[in-house]
Design a protein around this ligand. Structure first.
Ligand SMILES: [Zn+2]
Ligand SMILES: [Zn+2]
Length: 257
């Protein structure tokens, strides 16, 4: 009788200990700083988690951007947004899980990961990306996930590459190998800013492929944290295609408005 109760008792004691620790050292929500509730094993409070704005499924056929004319359309009838009518993209399709806008929770959370080193928060966002990745994009055949690389110096300073963490979660959830080290950043480019042309100039020739035998003939899913104008995604895609990849899709945690 007593033996049967022991595991439950042990678990209860563990919970009491965890709750006591939480009362003495309350963990605040990484974004709004309000204390997290006891039952929540996350880096964000319920309110902030719910306030992360998801991208709707209906949108531009190429980049996924939601625009009014796309709302009623389906499949191949989906029209292209203004960006895609004016831009020549190398990638096949791009989708994002969250909307990234000034004052939004997604932006606050991603900046905390990037510049505040919040690794636990990044892991929660990576799980969200893996679980809520667009069915339209994930329904296509991909053979490997490729994280957008950071220059080694920046990676060393930050301690991790956000895109690596995101790519690993996507690979695990969707049963795809993560191809790291084939796509490399050969120039440490200044942070992306300015218009499309300036961003394209900034990343032109920033990427290169080594170990091309792992790229040739493969359909690759490129993963990054934020899609802004698509300049980085296109530069990576161009490098992968010229090394022999057969197609590149793009999945990002968030998309800038
Ligand atoms: Zn919060
Ligand atoms: Zn578009």
């Amino acid at each position: 009788m007593l033996r049967g109760e022991t595991p439950a008792l042990r678990l209860a004691l563990r919970d009491v200990a965890a709750n006591f620790l939480h009362l003495v050292f309350p963990t605040p929500c990484h974004v709004c700083q309000r204390p997290l509730d006891l039952a929540r094993r996350s880096a964000l409070c319920r309110d902030c988690w719910d306030a992360l704005e998801r991208m709707p499924e209906a949108g531009c056929q190429r980049c996924g951007w939601p625009f009014p004319a796309a709302a009623g359309a389906r499949g191949t009838e989906q029209p292209l947004c203004q960006r895609c009518r004016e831009t020549r993209d190398d990638f096949e399709m791009a989708r994002a899980a969250l909307r990234y806008r000034d004052g939004g929770i997604a932006r606050a959370a991603i900046l905390l990961c990037k510049h505040g080193g919040r690794f636990a928060l990044l892991q929660h966002l990576a799980t969200l990306l893996a679980e809520e990745a667009s069915a339209e994009l994930m329904g296509r055949v991909w053979q490997a996930v490729v994280p957008v690389p950071l220059h080694w110096l920046r990676r060393w300073r930050r301690g991790f590459n956000q895109a690596d963490v995101l790519a690993r979660a996507v690979g695990r959830r969707h049963g795809l190998p993560v191809e790291r080290g084939s796509l490399i950043r050969v120039r440490a480019t200044p942070p992306q800013q300015g218009d499309v042309a300036a961003r394209r100039r900034n990343v032109r020739e920033a990427f290169a492929v080594r170990r091309t035998q792992r790229i040739v003939g493969r359909r690759l899913l490129l993963v990054d944290d934020v899609f802004t104008t698509g300049a980085t995604a296109n530069a990576c895609t161009a490098a992968l295609l010229s090394a022999g990849a057969s197609a590149v899709g793009v999945l990002t945690l968030a998309r800038v408005e």
